[in-house]
Design a protein around this ligand. Structure first.
Ligand code: FNR
Length: 182
């Protein structure tokens, strides 16, 4: 059976390289996985005062979408050597109400994508720290720090084969990881 995989993208901008990488994952994923990019830009900053019996509709929608999936892929830029606020906020929203986290046991993968040479290492590992606490078994190898992403596309917007091959290795390794944990 196809596994439903939620893809969270840590950049909200229209021409985001992270979004481009997420869309390529969708195209090249093996048949065992069905990837959907989940909206996180409309989630109000987490605040227990608004997370009442009638929380914001976007909180309900987001929690339901994560609860319905079999795994989560994070594709994220690095902001100031850390993870972007939108990703952290999404983690916080999904972790509450207390005792009802939608993250527990969902197999995860973290791919950091940056125009810089270090490939978002800081964001990648800061995110992994939260995933340990949220009890999400996270793919360890191959590590995915994708640097200089602006050089990976030609003038027509097509990704070069070398980078695409690397993405293919990552998504296939993740498919095995999901299978193993099912
Ligand atoms: C950045 N960028 C960045 N890059 C990096 O490798 N390490 C960093 O710490 C930062 N810090 C940072 C902070 C802020 C506020 C912004 C807006 C950007 C650059 C970043 O990698 C680049 O803008 C990417 O293109 C962002 O990803 P998207 O939007 O293309 O997906």
């Amino acid at each position: 059976m196809n596994k439903k995989i939620a893809v969270l993208v840590g950049s909200l901008r229209k021409d985001s390289f992270n979004l481009k990488v997420a869309n390529i994952f969708k195209q090249i994923a093996p048949q065992s996985l069905s990837l959907d990019i989940i909206e996180i830009g409309d989630l109000p900053f987490y605040n227990e005062d608004i997370d009442t019996d009638t929380p914001p509709k976007s909180y309900d929608r987001f929690r339901q979408e994560i609860a319905n999936c079999n795994g989560v892929i994070f594709v994220t830029p690095e902001y100031n050597r850390g993870l972007p606020a939108v990703i952290k906020n999404a983690l916080d929203v999904g972790s509450r109400p207390y005792g009802k986290s939608v993250w527990s046991k969902k197999p995860a993968a973290v791919i950091s994508v940056s125009q810089g040479a270090i490939g978002g290492f800081g964001a990648n590992h800061q995110l992994r720290q939260s995933l340990v606490f949220l009890d999400m078994p996270t793919l360890q190898q191959p590590e995915a720090y994708i640097g200089n992403i602006n050089n990976a596309f030609d003038e027509n917007g097509n990704m070069n084969e070398k980078t695409k091959e690397f993405l293919s290795i990552i998504i296939n390794s993740y498919a095995h990881w999901v299978e193993k944990l099912s």
